[in-house]
Design a protein around this ligand. Structure first.
Ligand code: ADX
Length: 199
């Protein structure tokens, strides 16, 4: 929906199909969701490395990184997270329009926000990967010391502590990153992409 009644969609002579053809790949958005410390960034990195080595043109949108620039004005209230995910999804959408395989790594805790993100892509264009690492395991790892801070009451609205995480009801792939190692998880994602004719 346009923000103003006075704007009009402008078609471009070079379209997504033409851009993708030049790259010899099917544009996709691979969307990681899960708690902080679940292993999303590690896995997203490993996946990008693997796709890059295969000659795929990729880009990784990592929640922490995007919050340094495009989303630096947003915090962690429900409204801010919703806006965070809306912008990340729109950026991912633009990048797939450019012909890229985009990997998104954000907590994206709300079902409805992930649903809105999915709706921006064609049916086979959005692959949601849920890292179901338990809160106990994430808190045990606590790579950034944020769970400890949240428990001490020094960090409000922390996902899994005093802010909700809504797991996917239906997604393309669920990974138990507590059980499988990184290589095995990447393998499962590659298998999923291959089965869906995505790579
Ligand atoms: S999301 O909920 O809006 O999707 P996003 O993935 O962008 O979150 O950012 C999460 C990262 O921000 C975490 O990995 C963590 O490093 C940091 N962070 C800081 N404060 C919070 C908080 N209150 N809840 C969750 N993550 C937080």
């Amino acid at each position: 929906m346009p923000s103003s009644p006075n704007t009009r969609w402008q078609d471009t002579a070079v379209d997504q199909a033409a851009r993708a053809r030049l790259k010899g790949q099917a544009p996709r958005c691979i969307w990681f969701t899960g708690l902080s410390g679940a292993g999303k960034s590690t896995l997203a990195n490993a996946l990008e490395l693997r796709l890059h080595a295969q000659g795929r043109h990729t880009y990784l949108l990592d929640g922490d990184n995007v919050r340094h620039g495009l989303n630096r004005d947003l915090g962690f209230t429900q409204a801010d997270r919703t806006e965070n995910i809306r912008r990340v999804a729109q950026a991912a959408r633009l990048m797939t329009d450019a012909g890229l395989i985009v990997i998104v790594s954000t907590i994206s805790p709300y079902l409805s926000d992930r649903q809105s993100a999915r709706a921006l892509f064609p049916q086979d264009g959005f692959i949601e990967v849920y890292l179901n690492t338990s809160i106990e395991e994430c808190e045990r790892r606590d790579p950034k010391g944020l769970y400890a801070k949240a428990r001490r009451g020094e960090l409000k609205d922390f996902t899994g502590i005093d802010s909700a995480y809504e797991p996917p009801v239906q997604c393309e792939l669920t990974l138990d990153a507590g059980q499988f190692d990184v290589d095995a998880c990447v393998e499962k994602i590659i298998e999923c992409l291959t089965n869906r004719n995505s790579i």
